[in-house]
Design a protein around this ligand. Structure first.
Ligand SMILES: [Fe+2]
Length: 319
C-alpha cells in the first residue's frame, strides 16, 4: 500500500517562531488575490489590505478599469501586481516573490473560462477568529465536513460529485462538473479563495496575525443584484462562513490542548489538504535549511574574526 500523507504536527498551529518562519518561507514569497477589477470602482480611491503584517494599498489610477497599481503602505514603493485576462487582480507583498507565471504556471487556461468581472462588488466583512490560518485552510481544502457542518449548503451542492484538482500553488474545487460556473471554488496558495456559488461570488483572505492562534478573516461579496436578492444570497453564504468559523475555533482548541499531535489524511477526499500542507512543509524546511547554513557561515566568519583580533592582542607581531 502506498504510504499515506500525514498532517502537519499540531505544534505548527500554535508556535510563534514557526509562524515567523512561515512568514519568511511562504508569505513573503507568495502572490495574493486582491479581488476582481470590479472591487476597485472609484478612480483614486485607496483600497487597503494587510497580508502577513505588510500593509498595502491598491488604487485604480484612471477611468481604464484595468489601470490598477498596488503600493506598500510603509515604504510607499509600488509592489509587483498582475491582472489576468478574466479580470482578477493579484499582488505580491515583497520582492522575494517569483514572477506571476512561475508561481501560477497553469492558472490562466482554467480561470479563462469564467468572466470574473460580470458581478459588481457589494460588501466586505472582516473579523478575527481564535484559530491558526492553517486551521481555516484545512477546512476549506476538503468537503468531508460539509454534509454535517453545512446542511443548507449540502442541499444545493451535494458532496457526491465534489472534486478537488490540485495545480501548482492553487486548487480548483468543483461541486458539480455539469455546472462549472456554479459551485466553483478556487484556493490560491497560501491564503486566498474565490467562490462562485449561490448566484453570487465571494472571495476571502485568511490573514495571519503575529499570534499563531489568532487569524483575521476578510470577505468580499459580489452579486448582480443589490437589493433583496443580494441580501438573500448574503444570508446564505454568511451562514456557511459562520459554520466554518465555529468549527475552526473548536478544532484550534483541540490543537492547543496537546493531546493530538498528527494524523493521516484521506487519500481521496483530502488531497487538497495534503497538497497545500506538503507545500508549506517543503517551503518551511527549505527556509530553515537556508537560514541555518547562513547562520553557521556567520558564526564561522565572526569566530575567525575574533580569533585574529585575539591573536593581535596577544602577539603584536601577528599583525
Ligand atoms: Fe466548510
Amino acid at each position: 500500500m502506498a504510504s499515506l500523507t500525514r498532517t502537519l504536527p499540531a505544534s505548527w498551529y500554535c508556535s510563534s517562531p514557526l509562524y515567523q518562519l512561515e512568514r519568511r518561507a511562504v508569505f513573503l514569497k507568495g502572490w495574493y488575490l486582491l479581488g476582481p477589477v470590479t472591487k476597485f470602482q472609484v478612480v483614486g480611491e485607496k483600497v487597503g489590505y494587510e497580508v502577513a503584517q505588510v500593509p498595502l494599498a491598491a488604487r485604480r489610477m484612471s477611468e481604464e478599469p484595468r489601470d490598477i497599481k498596488v503600493f506598500n503602505e510603509t515604504t510607499g514603493f509600488e509592489l509587483r501586481s498582475y491582472i489576468t485576462e478574466t479580470g482578477l487582480v493579484f499582488s505580491t507583498i515583497s520582492d522575494e516573490a517569483p514572477p506571476f507565471d512561475e508561481f501560477f504556471p497553469d492558472l490562466k487556461p482554467l480561470i479563462g473560462r469564467v468572466d470574473f468581472t460580470k458581478l459588481p462588488y457589494r460588501r466586505s466583512v472582516k473579523y478575527e477568529g481564535r484559530f491558526n490560518w492553517k486551521t481555516m485552510v484545512d477546512g476549506y481544502q476538503e468537503c468531508l465536513h460539509c454534509q454535517y457542518t453545512h446542511p443548507s449548503f449540502s442541499v444545493y451542492y451535494p458532496p457526491t460529485f465534489y472534486t478537488v484538482y490540485n495545480h501548482k500553488n492553487f486548487s480548483q474545487h468543483v461541486a458539480d462538473p455539469q455546472k462549472p460556473e456554479d459551485g466553483l471554488f478556487l484556493y490560491f496558495f497560501p491564503n486566498c479563495t474565490l467562490n462562485v456559488y449561490g448566484g453570487g461570488m465571494s472571495s476571502f483572505r485568511v490573514c495571519p496575525t503575529e499570534k499563531p492562534g489568532i487569524t483575521r478573516m476578510e470577505f468580499d461579496y459580489y452579486h448582480q443584484e443589490s437589493g433583496e436578492k443580494f441580501e438573500e444570497y448574503f444570508k446564505f453564504v454568511r451562514q456557511v462562513a459562520m459554520e466554518d468559523y465555529e468549527l475552526c475555533e473548536k478544532a484550534q482548541e483541540n490543537l492547543e490542548k496537546g493531546v493530538y499531535s498528527e494524523g493521516i489524511l484521506n487519500p481521496e477526499k483530502e488531497t487538497g489538504v495534503a497538497y497545500y500542507q506538503q507545500r508549506v512543509l517543503e517551503l518551511v524546511c527549505a527556509q530553515h535549511e537556508t537560514e541555518r547554513e547562513s547562520e553557521s557561515r556567520d558564526i564561522y566568519r565572526s569566530s575567525n574574526r575574533s580569533d585574529s583580533v585575539a591573536s593581535q592582542l596577544v602577539d603584536p607581531a601577528a599583525s
